[in-house]
Ligand binder design. Structure first.
Ligand code: NAD
Length: 387
C-alpha cells in the first residue's frame, strides 16, 4: 500500500457498538466494506442498525446517495480469513481482551494481502503488545474511534513501537476521507491523549463521592445551568459505573495507584447500581434521563476546578511527548469529548495563580497527589509551551 489512493476495500472485524458504526462511515464515504463477526445474527443486527441510522440521515437530508447505495457497499461474513483476504485496510473492533485481539490479528495478518494495513480500535490496550501477533508490525497501528462513531469526529492514530510512518500517513488520509478528524498519538501510553486528559477528573469524582460532603447534584446542577449537555457525575452513570471503575482500575495499574476507585463506587457495583443501564447509579434514571435533584450550587468545586485538572494533565501529556503539540491536544479534546474548546485554549485567559490554587486545594483536600500543579501551570508557561 503506497498511499491512500490504493485503499478501496476495508474489512471491519467485530460488528458491535463500534464496528457497525465504523463500517457505516466507511461505506458512506465510498469505500467497499466487509463486516466480520462470529455469528450471522450479530451481523444481521448490525446491518439493521446501520440501516436505521442511514434512514434517519436520509430523512434529515444528510445522506449523500441513497440508503440502498450505501448498504450495497457493505457485505457481511462470519469467515474472518475470507473477509480480510482482499481488504486494503483491516480495522478490528472485537471486545477488549488481549488474547482475543492477538488471536484475531494472528489470523487476519496471515490471511490478508502482504501490504494490507491492520488497525485496532482498542481503548486501553498496548498497541505494541497487540502488534506482536501480526506478521508485519510496521503495518499495524491503533485507530481509536469515539462512541457513537457516526457522530463523534475524532480518531486517534496511535504509533506502536514498530509502526511505520507510511502506515500512520495512510490511516491519517483515510480518517479525513471518512469525514473524521485525525490526531496522531506519538506514544502508546494509557488513555492515549483524550481519555488520559479525563483520567484525573475521574479520580476526583470518585474522591468527592467518598468524602460525601458535596452532593453530586450541586456540581452537576450548576454545570447544566451553564449549558453543559451532560455533567460529570451524570456522564459516569451514563457510561456505566462498572465501566467507570474498570477504567480507574486500569489507570491505577498503569499510571498511579492513586487512581483506584473509591468505596462509594465499589459499593454501587456491589449493589448492582450501575447507572443508566440498571435504572440507578449515582442518580435514579427514568426514560433514559438522570433525575438530578434541585440543590443549592456549591462554590467548593466549580467548573474552574475541573478545568484546572484537565489543563494540568494536558501539560503532562505534552511533556511526555504523547501528542505532537498543544494544538493536537486541544483538537483531540474538542472533537473527542464534544467540548467547546480544548484545555489549553480554555485556560489561556485564566491567571496561573488561580489554576495553581485550585489544584493545590484539590490535591490537599482529597489527598490526590496526581492533582498537584505542574511547574508550567505555576509559572504560567503552559500558555506558551509548544507555541
Ligand atoms: N464502546 C465504546 O464506547 C468504545 C469506544 C472506543 C473504543 N472501544 C473499543 O472498541 C472495541 C469494541 O468495543 P464495542 O463496544 O464495539 O464492543 P461490542 O461488545 O459492542 O462488540 C464487539 C463485537 O465483536 C464481536 N466478536 C467477538 N469475537 C470476535 C471474533 N473472534 N471475530 C469477529 N468478531 C468478534 C462480538 O460478537 C461483538 O459483535 C473494544 O476494543 C473497545 O475497547 C469501545
Amino acid at each position: 500500500m503506497k498511499n491512500i489512493n490504493d485503499v478501496k476495500k476495508i474489512a471491519v472485524i467485530g460488528s458491535g457498538a463500534m464496528g457497525h458504526g465504523i463500517a457505516q462511515v466507511c461505506a458512506q464515504n465510498g469505500f467497499m466494506v466487509t463486516m466480520i463477526d462470529v455469528k450471522q445474527e450479530f451481523l444481521d443486527n448490525a446491518i439493521k442498525k446501520v440501516k436505521e441510522s442511514l434512514d434517519f440521515l436520509a430523512s434529515k437530508g444528510k445522506l449523500q446517495g441513497t440508503v440502498d447505495e450505501v448498504l450495497g457497499k457493505i457485505s457481511i461474513t462470519t469467515d474472518l480469513q475470507k473477509g480480510v483476504s482482499d481488504a486494503h485496510v483491516i480495522i478490528e473492533a472485537v471486545p477488549e481482551n488481549m488474547q482475543l485481539k492477538k488471536d484475531v490479528f494472528a489470523k487476519a495478518s496471515s490471511a490478508c494481502a502482504s501490504d494490507a494495513i491492520l488497525a485496532t480500535n482498542t481503548s486501553t490496550m498496548s498497541i505494541t503488545e497487540i502488534a506482536t501477533a501480526v506478521t508485519n508490525p510496521e503495518r499495524f497501528a491503533g485507530m481509536h474511534y469515539f462512541n457513537p462513531v457516526t457522530r463523534m469526529k475524532l480518531v486517534e492514530l496511535i504509533y506502536g513501537a514498530k509502526t511505520s510512518e507510511n502506515t500512520i500517513n495512510i490511516l491519517f488520509e483515510l480518517t479525513k476521507k471518512i469525514d473524521k478528524f485525525p490526531v496522531k498519538v506519538l506514544k502508546d501510553r494509557p488513555g492515549f491523549i483524550v481519555n488520559r486528559i479525563s483520567a484525573p477528573n475521574q479520580a476526583l469524582l470518585s474522591a468527592i463521592l467518598d468524602e460525601g460532603k458535596i452532593h453530586p447534584a450541586q456540581i452537576d446542577g450548576k454545570m447544566k445551568k451553564m449549558g453543559v449537555k451532560m455533567a460529570p457525575f451524570e456522564t459516569a452513570d451514563f457510561v456505566g459505573l462498572d465501566v467507570f471503575c474498570h477504567t480507574l482500575e486500569y489507570y491505577a495499574q498503569t499510571l498511579s495507584p492513586r487512581y483506584k476507585p473509591g468505596k462509594f463506587l465499589l459499593g454501587c457495583l456491589e449493589k448492582g447500581y450501575l447507572g443508566m443501564k440498571s435504572g440507578k447509579g449515582i442518580y435514579e434514571w427514568k426514560d433514559g434521563k438522570a433525575i438530578i435533584p434541585e440543590m443549592p450550587d456549591t462554590e467548593e468545586i466549580t467548573p474552574l476546578h475541573l478545568m484546572a485538572v484537565q489543563v494540568n494533565e494536558a501539560v503532562k501529556v505534552y511533556k511526555e511527548g504523547i501528542a505532537a503539540g498543544v494544538q493536537d491536544i486541544d483538537d483531540g479534546v474538542k472533537y473527542g469529548m464534544n467540548a467547546f474548546a480544548g484545555p489549553f485554549a480554555l485556560a489561556s485567559g485564566v491567571q496561573p495563580q488561580q489554576l495553581t490554587d485550585c489544584l493545590n486545594y484539590l490535591a490537599q483536600r482529597f489527598k490526590l497527589d496526581i492533582l498537584k500543579p505542574e511547574p508550567e501551570i505555576i509559572d504560567g508557561s503552559f500558555k506558551t509551551i509548544g507555541r
